[in-house]
Design a protein around this ligand. Structure first.
Ligand code: AMP
Ligand code: MG
Length: 302
């Protein structure tokens, strides 16, 4: 038997599922607490988060918690492994194209794009002192851990539930999904562009699955429509041929790193995913679907 609970947080859908039904209450509380702790560390929308403190102190290093250091390390690993296609210093670009507050508010009006330069994203200008637990970002840059913090939280929550509550667990936060613990039957996951749309059902026994899409978080601007995946090379919403990327990897962090990179890389995404040997499913601008050889075979269309 599986028990599950869903709710909204961080402006997205959150879901936890466990095999041992009596563990659901504790599993739910664990995910909520971890999400609260991660938000205090790195939520860009919270003025009192440590990430906001780093951004407002750009150009110098400040003391931060070990959790923030871990989340920054994760973001920098994602940047290094994608040659900068995923870059945590795109913060000022995300705001510049209109995504400065909660998405529901962003959608209520046409966002005004003001002319003016925003410093080029450059993840090599993030500095971390592990011994002193201090971190900083280069002057003119702003951090945004949107691409890795949700996935990191899903991975850690699923693993912690499995280890401490002795049950197989699935945690999903806004399209970043992680499973942990042993289960006789695989989890059945519907992979689509957003919840409620036609999907392919796959069987998942371990690891992480992430979907990134330019089709959902969209809004109007004075320069036309925008979405939330930024090409760090241009500072603008990515413009490649793929609108949605789903990747299955050993963790949700790895999966979301690759799914975000695939959208940014555009025409180069197929070569990148094939060379990395990743299991991936891409949906093109006109709805055409392409999968890598490693993508799991379909169980049934849901
Ligand atoms: P996701 O919802 O997992 O697809 O992550 C999207 C979020 O990641 C956006 O809302 C931004 O906060 C952030 N982001 C967008 N583009 C990039 C990029 N190229 N590198 C790193 N983070 C990004
Ligand atoms: Mg994601």
């Amino acid at each position: 038997m599986t028990a599950s609970e869903s709710w909204s947080d961080w402006s997205c859908e959150v879901r936890v599922a466990v095999d041992r039904t009596s563990a659901l209450g504790e599993a739910h509380a664990l995910v909520r607490h971890l999400m609260d702790d991660v938000a205090v560390a790195v939520d860009r929308f919270r003025d009192d988060s440590e990430l906001s403190a780093i951004n407002s102190s750009a150009g110098r290093m400040i003391p931060v918690s070990r959790r923030t250091i871990t989340l920054l390390d994760t973001a920098l690993q994602a940047a290094a492994s994608t040659g900068g296609a995923v870059d945590p210093t795109i913060g000022a670009h995300v705001k510049h194209v209109g995504y400065g507050t909660d998405i529901a508010e962003v959608r209520t009006a046409t966002q005004v794009i003001r002319p003016g330069q925003v410093s080029q994203a450059d993840w090599t200008r993030v500095k971390i002192d592990h011994d002193l637990s201090m971190a900083g970002v280069g002057a003119g840059l702003e951090l945004d851990l949107g691409a890795t913090a949700k996935a990191w939280t899903a991975d850690v929550a699923a693993r912690t539930i499995a280890n401490t509550l002795h049950t197989a667990a699935l945690v999903e936060i806004g399209g970043d999904l992680s499973v942990a613990g042993h289960r006789d039957e695989p989890w059945q996951i519907d992979v689509g562009e957003r919840s409620g749309t036609p999907a392919q059902r796959i069987a998942l026994t371990h690891g992480g699955l992430a979907t990134s899409s330019t089709a959902v978080r969209r809004w109007r601007t004075t320069d036309g429509e925008a979405h939330h995946i930024i090409d760090p090379r241009t500072g603008l919403p990515s413009s490649g041929p793929w609108r949605t990327a789903t990747v299955w990897a050993s963790t949700a962090v790895e999966a979301n790193t690759a799914s975000t990179a695939a959208l940014v890389l555009g025409d180069e995404a197929v070569a990148y995913l094939n060379e990395a040997g990743l299991a991936a499913r891409l949906v093109g601008r006109f709805g055409q679907v392409w999968t890598t050889p490693a993508w799991p075979t379909e169980v049934r269309a849901a």
